[in-house]
Design a binder for this molecule. Structure first.
Ligand SMILES: Nc1ncnc2c1ncn2[C@@H]1O[C@H](COP(=O)(O)OP(=O)(O)OP(=O)(O)O)[C@@H](O)[C@H]1O
Ligand SMILES: [Mg+2]
Length: 406
């Protein structure tokens, strides 16, 4: 994800073994010279040879030295004169093992053309499109996220959190490329996702809706990304704001989870619900509202809601629903499952209508994910396995059946 080193640097690195090889030859000549002089001082011919060897050696060593000098000099000249190469390309290790680009505010101001193209705003940030200046020809597009308020005012805490986000690297995650950490400005720089958010695809015009099979692939990719964050990442990350706006689609419509790791960077009161609760209304797990520990099962709950949205191509809450019973998607979906009318959920979707077994399987997984009791919800690993068909999906209980035991 970190851009390739500039071409001149690559040349220099390629030249290095060659130059080392040349200097070895010179050293070999040097050593031969000393040996000859010690061996025989009487022979004129040998004296003559020795002088020749000495002259050749001096010339060779001199030329090698000049070559090295020239290569180093041309590297520095090219590095400073080439307008495509500037300090943006120099990765800066924030934590061991990761290289994130460190930007100044001015550099990002330039990269976004003074924050001209506004991609959208959420509760705690505004996002702008940009182009990395050293790669104008090939255009490495970026999304620059301006964070409004942060919990960790300290430099070290911010860097630690950003480091954890940067270390997470999986094909189903939006990769963090770098950041800006100045007193007044905290910005995060991500890969640009050309196909927008899952929410805009699912709930936008019907012509933009991914078909049933693409939706299945999106559901599986998202589950895999969350499984990685929970169990495979070096620092475990609970997302805390899984929702269809935070699932973005890249050039090939691969789902990429965004905004993971942000929960820790935000101030406590930056929520849309009750103080202390992270996440977005409609997607938040019930334990946020009860005095219960928050675990990675909060993400499983939110994923279950997203899965229902993916199956039905509708928002988790619709005030304008045909029928009052259909307003809350999770209630309506469970009713349909319970009464054996899963088809009603996908009635306008021919491909899904012809694949009812799979629709039912996905619905059952979703119902497991939205169980009120977090311990009843499967892990994201199990969810992935059930969706991929490596383990069967047991009959799910009614989501609120165990509410009294909480
Ligand atoms: N890497 C990216 N590439 C392309 N578009 C992006 C990228 N990151 C965010 N966006 C877009 O920017 C917009 C704002 O994103 P942001 O994460 O700030 O808000 P949100 O996720 O919609 O809402 P919230 O802040 O409430 O979670 C969204 O419409 C999103 O699609
Ligand atoms: Mg977001």
């Amino acid at each position: 994800m970190v851009p390739a080193p500039p071409k001149v640097l690559t040349w220099f690195l390629l030249l290095l073994p060659l130059m080392t090889c040349c200097s070895n030859i010179a050293q070999t000549h040097g050593k031969a010279l000393i040996k000859i002089r010690k061996d025989d001082g009487g022979s004129k011919k040998k004296d003559h040879n020795s002088t020749l060897v000495l002259v050749v050696s001096v010339l060779l060593s001199g030329s090698v030295f000049m070559n090295v000098l020239l290569a180093v000099a041309s590297f520095f000249v090219a590095f400073h004169l080439n307008p495509k190469v500037n300090k943006l390309v120099q990765p800066n290790p924030v934590a061991s093992g990761i290289n994130l680009l460190v930007f100044t505010y001015e550099e990002l101001n330039k990269a976004t053309d003074e924050f001209k193209e506004h991609l959208g705003s959420g509760a705690f940030a505004a996002v702008y499109k940009g182009l990395l200046p050293f790669d104008k020809d090939n255009g490495k597009s970026i999304a620059v996220k301006k964070l409004h308020n942060l919990v960790s005012e300290g430099d070290q805490e911010f860097k630690a959190e950003v480091g954890a986000i940067g270390r997470a690297n999986h094909k189903n995650l939006v990769q963090l490329l770098g950041f800006c950490n100045e007193e007044q400005h905290r910005l995060l720089v991500y890969e640009f996702m050309s196909n927008g958010s899952l929410a805009s695809l699912l709930f936008g015009p019907s012509s933009s809706r991914p078909n049933w099979y693409k939706r299945i692939a999106i559901a599986q990719g998202t589950a895999r990304g969350l499984f990685y964050l929970h169990e495979e990442c070096s620092t475990q990350i609970i997302h805390c704001d899984v929702k269809s706006q935070n699932i973005l689609l890249d050039d090939s419509f691969t789902p990429r989870i965004s905004d993971f790791g942000l929960a820790k960077l935000l101030k406590k009161d930056q929520t849309r619900t009750t103080t202390g609760i992270r996440g977005t209304k409609g997607y938040v797990a019930p334990e946020w509202f009860r005095n219960m520990p928050v675990t990675n099962k909060v993400d499983v709950y939110s994923y279950g809601i997203v899965l229902l949205e993916i199956i039905c191509c509708r928002r988790n809450f619709e005030a304008e629903a045909e029928d009052e019973n259909q307003m809350i998607l999770s209630d309506w979906a469970y009713d349909c499952y319970h009464y054996g009318r899963v088809d009603v959920l996908v009635k306008n979707d021919d491909e899904a209508m012809n694949d009812m077994k799979m629709v039912k399987k996905h619905l059952m997984v979703a119902i497991w994910c939205i169980q009120e009791d977090p311990s009843f919800r499967p892990t994201m690993k199990k969810v992935t396995q059930m969706l991929e068909g490596t383990i069967p999906v047991p009959i799910p209980p009614y989501p609120s059946s165990f509410i009294s035991s909480l």
